[in-house]
Design a protein around this ligand. Structure first.
Ligand code: OVM
Length: 402
């Protein structure tokens, strides 16, 4: 049993390792321990701070001045340790630079640009779903959750069809290396030599289809809003942030409905709830569970003094299930009021791709609502053990057509 104790200066400390197999297999009991330990907890294993209560997580995300991203959003501090890739101009950058790059991405991902994608996404969802329904029983990860985002999103960014499986290896590197150098970190990085040159090449302007979101980023460079070298890194952000997250969100969505059949029936009765249902999925099974900030100056949280250049583990997954904020948080309920969930983060770094993620999942859930009368688990889902992402790798289901 790991101990959570109060230091003699009154500060809560914990031996919990948020990157251990035990934690990653079933994070929720550990989340509870972290929330109950106090508003801010010292993690002795790594010498970092942790916040897991909504009351601290939400304001922290809204205070980029004190809780910066330029030191990286993993456990490693870029001010002390060089990262394995050039830092992201969005994720790992603070204003004023971030303001400039974010505004370019906001424009590229504007509602009119995204609206054009809906029909194509829907058609791909229907095609994959109809194929799966002919099987009757199938692995919903292999047949739906993985192939669908891996088709529609790189299409939208403008990538050629070949070699896209490398995006999975790349995403694995990006998100697992936010954790410490453990077995998950090392396994992900073992593919770096093969994958990185490919990713870099695919971010070049000449590799991107005309009319694509990737080309839009380069047009912003032509207009002088960023440099062309920066445009390549912004395209890289699409490939870093947009693949695993949506694959896992969709897998989590199907798992939520397979495990809560009455919620599937509710959605079928009122398909206008598809969008609301996705917000509840993001709250209940947050794909990007936790990340770090770095203090830019000495500060305090809930009266606990924190020095400058300290790493803080921010568990949005725990905040999304904090009983101080949510009624019956362990219940998956698509009719709940989910406003304020932090599944897409909050503040200036809140997910820039959240609208495209919503369209992806909404189009698949809509196709399912029209075609699937019931979803049953036919075996035990397998969980992914991953330093920052929560996901299912195997999801055996039977879907009964309407
Ligand atoms: C990026 C990036 C990478 C991972 C996640 C992310 C959740 C962004 O390279 O910009 O946002």
């Amino acid at each position: 049993m790991l101990s959570t104790v109060e230091r003699n200066d009154g500060v809560a400390t914990s031996e919990i390792d948020p990157f251990s197999r035990a934690f990653l297999s079933d994070p929720y009991p550990f989340h509870e321990q972290l929330r109950e330990a106090g508003p801010i907890v010292r993690l002795t294993r790594y010498g970092v701070w942790a916040v897991a209560r909504y009351e601290q997580v939400h304001p922290l995300l809204n205070n980029w001045q004190t809780f910066g991203s330029g030191g990286g959003v993993g456990i490693s501090n870029f001010h002390k340790e060089k990262n394995w890739r050039p830092p992201s101009l969005l994720l790992e950058t603070d204003p004023p630079k971030h303001t400039q790059t974010r505004s370019v991405m906001n424009r590229v991902l504007s509602p009119p640009n995204l609206k054009k994608l809906r029909d194509g996404f829907y058609q791909d969802a229907v095609r994959l779903l109809d194929r799966a329904l002919e099987l009757g029983s199938f692995d919903a990860v292999a047949e739906l959750a993985q192939p669908y985002p891996l088709k529609v999103f790189p299409d939208a960014v403008g990538l050629a069809p070949d070699g896209r499986e490398r995006l999975l290896a790349y995403g694995d590197m990006v998100f697992n290396t936010m954790g410490p150098k453990n077995e998950f970190y090392d396994a992900a990085m073992s593919k770096a030599a093969e994958v990185m040159p490919w990713v870099t090449q695919r971010c070049e302007r000449s590799a991107l289809r005309p009319g694509s979101l990737g080309q839009e980023v380069y047009k912003a460079a032509d207009a002088g809003d960023v440099t062309h070298a920066e445009a390549a890194l912004l395209v890289r952000s699409f490939l870093s942030a947009g693949v695993d997250t949506t694959i896992y969100a969709l897998g989590n969505a199907i798992l939520c409905f397979a495990s809560n059949p009455e919620q599937w029936q509710r959605l079928r009765q009122d398909p206008t709830k598809v969008r609301a249902a996705f917000e509840e999925i993001m709250r209940f099974e947050t794909p990007f569970q936790a990340f770090f900030r770095t203090t830019t100056q000495a500060t305090e949280i809930a009266g606990v003094p924190i020095e400058a250049d300290e790493k803080i583990y921010v568990s949005v997954g725990a905040a999304n299930r904090d009983p101080r904020k949510w009624d019956d948080p362990e219940r998956f309920d698509i009719t709940r009021k989910t406003v304020g969930h932090v599944g897409f983060g909050a503040g200036i770094h809140a997910c820039v791709g959240q609208m495209i993620a919503r369209i992806e999942v909404e189009m698949m859930l809509t196709a399912m609502v029209e075609r699937v009368a019931s979803i049953e688990l036919t075996g035990t889902p397998e969980r992914l053990l991953h330093n920052t992402l929560r996901a299912t790798t195997k999801l055996p289901v039977r879907m009964t057509p309407v």
